[in-house]
Design a protein around this ligand. Structure first.
Ligand SMILES: CC(C)(COP(=O)(O)OP(=O)(O)OC[C@H]1O[C@@H](n2cnc3c(N)ncnc32)[C@H](O)[C@@H]1OP(=O)(O)O)[C@@H](O)C(=O)NCCC(=O)NCCS
Length: 177
């Protein structure tokens, strides 16, 4: 397996990545929407990397773009093909992304991890009543936030009702050195 930049020339990998995105997230409900997202990621100033199997199958994709004059990079999106999850591939892509960000002079990686399906104790709560307490008492068993915790990311904020009432976006970040 190897991780490589996704470029405009890689038409088959771009197609596979768009299909992977569409089948993995509700937000990209059509192939065309997913393809546009992947094509957007191919701009020179962005990061767009795919994990390939020995046979050339796209196993996962990670993307990102800089903010705050290059100090901060938003990790978005990250996806591993369902049959290949929980084998360390997500971790491998994030560690590679961190290296890419460091090489570009970035010091912070941030990301938003939505809770749209009542997967955490933040769902259906009025976050505004005590934001620090909600962050401190965050609990979840199978939400991707746990994956990011294991990689050293911490919760730095919550966007209440980001995906509809009671469905927040959980903002996480990590210093890259
Ligand atoms: C989240 C995702 C990228 C994780 O990728 P993965 O390849 O399955 O994760 P890894 O195997 O590298 O996991 C690394 C560690 O995190 C843990 N982990 C992974 N997903 C987890 C989850 N949903 N809940 C709790 N722990 C999780 C693993 O058990 C592993 O722990 P270990 O180091 O103690 O063995 C993958 O599940 C995915 O693509 N999900 C759908 C899309 C998505 O939610 N993307 C993130 C949006 S913010």
């Amino acid at each position: 397996m190897k991780i490589v930049d996704l470029t405009r020339e890689d038409r088959d990998w771009t197609h596979q990545t768009a299909s992977l995105l569409q089948e993995s997230f509700e937000a990209w409900s059509t192939y065309e929407m997913a393809r546009d997202e992947v094509i957007d990621s191919l701009q020179e100033e962005r990061i767009s990397r795919v994990l390939l199997s020995h046979e050339g199958e796209v196993i996962g994709w990670i993307g990102g773009q800089s903010q705050y004059g290059g100090n901060v990079w938003e990790l978005h999106p990250l996806v591993i093909r369902e049959a290949h999850r929980r084998k360390g591939h997500g971790k491998r892509l994030v560690l590679d992304f961190e290296k890419q960000v460091a090489q570009r002079g970035g010091v912070t990686i941030m990301l938003g991890s939505d809770d749209e399906h009542n997967q955490t104790n933040l769902s259906n709560r009025n976050i505004y009543t005590d934001v620090p307490a909600f962050i401190k008492e965050f609990r979840s068993e199978d939400h991707p936030a746990n994956f990011y915790f294991k990689l050293g990311y911490v919760i730095v904020g919550i966007i209440p009702d980001a995906n509809g009432m009671g469905k927040p976006d959980i903002l996480m970040a990590k210093r890259v050195e």
